[in-house]
Write a protein that binds this ligand. Structure first.
Ligand SMILES: [Zn+2]
Length: 121
């Protein structure tokens, strides 16, 4: 971890906690919306409305999956913070620059390793 990162840890922790609360609220809201859509689709007789509801459900699911994934990343980052492993790249072990951490507090890889992974996939 960079010394600079150490100085920014309280702020990064705040950012992560804030994002965690936000994502939890979004996941919860998505669950409620899903229940509502399910109730609606049980009532729908019209085929056209049914198709529209299905599409909305798929969009909601996609969003909810993304939120859950990000929530897991934020949780993992917070536990790395707690154990003192925060701020180092998971692939090469180099310190991730504080500017990158500030922009993406839950990031696990340095920009170089991220680019390599994106190139591979
Ligand atoms: Zn790296």
């Amino acid at each position: 971890m960079e010394i600079q990162t150490q100085a920014h840890l309280p702020m990064l922790r705040q950012l992560l906690l804030y994002r965690q609360a936000e994502l939890r609220a979004e996941v919860h809201a998505a669950q409620l919306a899903r229940q509502e859509l399910q109730t609606q689709s049980q009532e729908v007789q019209d085929l056209k409305d049914g198709a529209e509801l299905m599409q909305r459900q798929q969009t909601e699911d996609f969003q909810a999956t993304r939120d859950l994934q990000e929530l897991q990343e934020v949780d993992a980052a917070l536990s790395r913070l707690a154990t003192g492993n925060y701020g180092d790249c998971a692939d090469c072990g180099e310190a991730i620059p504080v500017a990158r951490l500030t922009a993406l507090p839950s990031v696990r890889l340095c920009a170089g390793c991220q680019a390599v992974r994106e190139h591979l996939s």
